[in-house]
Design a protein around this ligand. Structure first.
Ligand SMILES: Cc1cc2nc3c(=O)[nH]c(=O)nc-3n(C[C@H](O)[C@H](O)[C@H](O)COP(=O)(O)OP(=O)(O)OC[C@H]3O[C@@H](n4cnc5c(N)ncnc54)[C@H](O)[C@@H]3O)c2cc1C
Length: 461
């Protein structure tokens, strides 16, 4: 039986940040101390860093969708839906459920962890023609799409069509874009052996970025090593270049080149979830400005973390980098989750809050097969040792034993038996571009949130 007088903790978002927080709250709070509720559109926590391996078929989609309900201490109430607005004054979160109903959820403490969405720019045709790499559906879709291009190019009698179906463009030279281009290039390289009518020389991958370097976090030497691996594999890297225009059958680069292609994958950075804009509070480049205790100054019981929040990077600030903010990485989100849970509990119990301080542990970049570069604790690694560290790190970070077993089985099976390059076709004919997967038009404005809670009377209590 529920005790309605318990304080209500509402966590928004079931990613690295939200799930990490919920699990710690479940462990550290006794059931009669607080009621924990989680709002999430999906029934799983997505392990995003392994998405490129789903797109390239090394892992099945299910293996990186970690169950929210498989946990020994699981007792959280899960609302299947997305928060579309929050009224901080009346402590009401407005939720659109997965059946499209609008419900209001009251809370005493709120933890905002809705993550980020793909950052886009005002480039003609971009949102209509580009694919993203931020959700499980997008990764599964891209895999099918790439295999579809091979199938159609193989069947086509038209040399121009063949050539355009066999060119692929990835925008974004961060780790997400680089891993995506590298892993998918390996997919087409291996798959083409099953298409004897196709000329492997026609397959061309482009990786472009407006920045002068790929993955600058790696440093010059390691960054160059990554570029060499990709160039040796035939991936054409263009730096200082972006997209001027995107169309259904061609993409125009800012350097004037026109590439006939049916595949534009856009991974040029992220911005905080549009939910943050509904609060009407101070932001830093779209991320909610919070203190190093991860709470909102001047607002009682409001916490935020992960990609959605601008959390001061105290470790960097201590080295003299004034105003440094934690980068949007899983590494930070997972660790902030523990601090935010402890601070919610401390607030509840009237204790002192602690600050978030974490020194970056480095970066791992899987380039597919035995190729990788990584920089754990500043040590530069390449090839197999780097790949062992990359896979070991991700494997260790998966939350459940079952997810670990699925991923390990998939890696083993893929290493031994390879890929069957099967196009499943179950997503064929559905809208699947950037604008279709990230639900950016679902959110309310701060004024709409206020009008809604006043209209329903939820805000008065
Ligand atoms: C391809 C790729 C590779 C990456 N590789 C690495 C890597 O190697 N190392 C690393 O450290 N980081 C990596 N990252 C970045 C890392 O995944 C993110 O920084 C991390 O996921 C942020 O955690 P989060 O909990 O803030 O957001 P997320 O993990 O994105 O979780 C946000 C959750 O909130 C949900 N949500 C969104 N909006 C709402 C809403 N309105 N209401 C309710 N729920 C909502 C989402 O469905 C999601 O479940 C990678 C990212 C990508 C895309």
């Amino acid at each position: 039986m529920d005790n309605v007088t318990r304080p209500r903790i509402l966590v928004v978002g079931a990613g690295f940040a939200g799930v990490g927080c919920v699990r710690r709250l479940e462990r550290r709070l006794s059931p009669d101390e607080a009621e924990i509720t989680l709002v999430t559109p999906f029934a799983y926590q997505l392990y995003l860093p392994l998405l490129p391996q789903v797109a390239s078929g090394v892992l099945t989609p299910q293996s990186i969708a970690v169950s929210l309900r498989r946990s020994s201490k699981y007792r959280t109430r899960i609302i299947p839906g997305g928060a579309v607005g929050v009224d901080l004054r009346s402590k009401v979160c407005v939720i659109r459920t997965i059946t499209d109903e609008i419900v209001d959820e009251r809370y005493d403490y709120i933890v905002l962890a809705p993550g980020s969405i793909t950052r886009t720019f005002d480039i003609p045709g971009l949102t209509d023609h580009a694919y993203g790499m931020k959700t499980l559906a997008e990764a599964a879709y891209i895999r099918d799409h790439v295999i579809t291009q091979l199938d159609l190019a193989d069947a086509s009698q038209d040399p121009a069509e063949r050539a355009s179906r066999l060119q692929f463009v990835v925008v974004g030279g961060g780790y997400a874009g680089t891993e995506t281009a590298a892993c998918l290039q390996l997919l087409t390289h291996n798959a083409v052996k099953r298409y004897p009518r196709l000329d492997p020389g026609l397959i061309k991958w482009h990786l472009i970025d407006i920045a002068p370097k790929l993955m600058p976090e790696l440093g010059d030497k390691l960054g160059r090593s990554a570029q060499e691996v990709l160039r040796k594999r035939g991936i054409e890297i263009s730096l200082g270049v972006s997209i001027a225009k995107a169309g259904p059958e061609e993409v125009t680069f800012t350097d004037g080149r026109v590439i006939p292609t049916r595949t534009l994958i856009w991974t040029a950075g992220v911005v905080a979830s549009p939910l943050i804009g509904t609060l009407g509070e101070e932001t830093v480049r779209g991320r909610l400005a919070v203190t190093s205790q991860l709470n909102l100054p001047g607002r009682d019981g409001v916490f935020a973390l992960g990609d959605a929040a601008a959390v001061p990077d105290e470790a960097k600030v201590a080295t003299g980098v004034e105003g440094a903010v934690c980068p949007p990485t899983a590494q930070h989100a997972m660790r902030q989750a523990k601090v935010v849970a402890d601070n919610v509990i401390a607030t509840l119990r009237g204790q002192a809050l602690k600050p978030y301080v974490h020194k970056d542990l480095g970066l791992v970049v899987d380039l597919g097969g035995t190729d990788a570069v990584s920089k754990p604790l500043g040590i530069e690694l390449r090839g197999l040792p780097a790949q062992a560290v990359a896979r070991g790190y991700h494997w260790g970070a998966l939350r459940t034993g079952v997810a670990k077993a699925r991923v390990l089985t998939n890696w083993t099976l893929n290493a031994v038996a390879g890929d069957d390059f099967v196009r499943t076709g179950f997503q064929t004919r559905r809208a699947a571009k950037l604008k279709d997967f990230e639900y950016t038009d679902a959110y309310l404005t701060p004024e709409q949130v206020r009008a809604h809670v006043e209209g329903t009377g939820t805000g008065s209590g």
